[in-house]
Design a protein around this ligand. Structure first.
Ligand SMILES: [Zn+2]
Length: 430
């Protein structure tokens, strides 16, 4: 019996031990689990990224230098802590820190920052080359080499690496450049160059990421529709071999307005085409249809209202941008944009049916407006407002894939027509 009691007390001691271990595990388990969530690892990075976006968009001239410096200090603090982060989060941190250094360098002329940005971009690729920021980072590193660091061999090596690593990337077309500066075949192994003689169009699907654009009564979002139509256009242009096309965004991502025309300028594109859907706050049964804009500061009140809506990402009113806008406007391509807008409109007007599923497709004509996304384009640049998301009939049509296809085909015809006309004008009468 003694032995039995002894045994019993030994087993109850075991139970106490076991309970102790289980409760300790239950106590620490959430800590173990939550300690490593993406949220935690990004908790400090996401606000920095958000602030970077806002500064890039609203302070092109370094007037808020103190805010930039403070943001830089915080980014550097995060970089010191980077070891504990997941690879994907680290890539996000390094990519945006590099972007920050680059932006500060642009504004302050401090070359050392370009070098730092370059090193960080390369780190993104080494750490996480297949991740979301991989091709962006390497592409930007190459641009830094080309424009500021100027080490030809290093640049050539990174270009070859790019073509090898990301043969499907949108940036391949941009890196190949214009026909005149066409790279040697042996330098760019694997890059398709047979279409190099075709004109280059940069298509800009409006909005994206946090910026949804207009939202229709059934929840249809402008950012999704503009991307959908842009992708249909890419397919069409590629299938018909009428032009090479680059998109300013291929997914649901935020691209600052400044950067959209920069993409086109860097690639010496022949045309910049921004795609949007219209909306109007007041209930107006008659406000329907599509219109095409080219950039101008002389605009009707309606156009200014619309431009303020489309420029909203900047968080400033058109009027408040003053001198900066004027400068960009002067550098822009107003005179060449108007005939292109008219040619595209004319052809779309011819090609689009008068009605679609019983809804009248209204033509609202060619207009001018102070759209920020078009300022600074060094080539003809137009903005399409494709029907009114605020109108139930237009909105319904836009929800139909077949309608979007019809619209994309009409744009394709319009743009092709405009490109032919431009080439004829450039070459002159024979
Ligand atoms: Zn828009």
């Amino acid at each position: 019996m003694i032995g039995g009691r002894f045994l019993a007390s030994r087993s109850s001691a075991r139970i106490v031990w076991l309970l102790g271990i289980i409760s300790a595990f239950l106590f620490f388990f959430p800590v173990i689990l939550w300690g490593d969530t993406a949220e935690d690892s990004l908790r400090n990075v996401d606000p920095l990224v958000a602030q970077l976006k806002s500064l890039r968009n609203t302070d092109p001239s370094f007037e808020r230098a103190r805010e930039w410096k403070e943001l830089e200090r915080r980014f550097r603090g995060e970089i010191k802590e980077a070891k504990g982060k997941r690879l994907a989060d680290r890539a996000k941190l390094f990519f945006h820190a590099a972007l920050l250094f680059e932006e500060i360098a642009h504004r302050s002329g401090d070359m050392e920052r370009y070098r730092e940005a370059y090193t960080l971009y390369l780190k993104v690729g080494e750490d996480h080359s297949a991740g979301k920021y991989g091709d962006d980072a390497l592409y930007r590193a190459i641009l830094l080499q080309k424009k500021f660091l100027r080490e030809p061999e290093e640049m050539q090596a990174k270009r070859s690496l790019f073509f090898q690593r990301y043969p499907e990337s949108e940036y391949v077309v941009l890196l190949q450049g214009r026909e005149g500066s066409r790279p040697q075949r042996d330098q760019d192994e694997g890059a398709p160059i047979e279409d190099q003689h075709l004109p280059l169009i940069v298509i800009d699907p409006g909005h994206g990421g946090d910026d949804e654009g207009a939202v229709g009564p059934a929840g249809l979002r402008e950012k999704d529709l503009s991307l959908s139509i842009a992708k249909l256009l890419v397919e069409k242009f590629r299938a018909e071999k009428r032009a090479r096309v680059v998109l300013t965004r291929t997914g649901d991502t935020f691209v600052p307005l400044f950067e959209r025309t920069q993409i086109a300028n860097r690639a010496s594109a022949d045309l910049f085409l921004s795609i949007h859907m219209n909306a109007i706050a007041e209930r107006s049964e008659s406000t329907q249809g599509f219109e095409i804009y080219y950039v101008s500061q002389e605009a009707s009140p309606d156009a200014i209202r619309l431009a303020n809506m489309e420029n909203r990402q900047l968080q400033i009113d058109v009027g408040a941008l003053g001198a900066f806008l004027e400068e960009l406007y002067r550098r822009g391509a107003k005179e060449v944009s108007r005939p292109v807008a008219e040619a595209v409109f004319h052809e779309m007007d011819k090609v689009l049916p008068k009605q679609f599923q019983g809804v009248k497709l209204r033509r609202r004509g060619v207009k001018q407006g102070p759209f920020f996304v078009l300022f600074g384009a060094e080539m003809p640049a137009i903005l399409l407002e494709l029907f009114f998301l605020s109108h139930p009939d237009d909105s319904y049509l836009l929800s139909l894939p077949q309608f979007r296809k019809t619209v994309a085909d009409a744009i394709f015809r319009g743009v092709s027509q405009a490109l032919v006309r431009r080439t004829e004008e450039e070459e002159g009468p024979s």
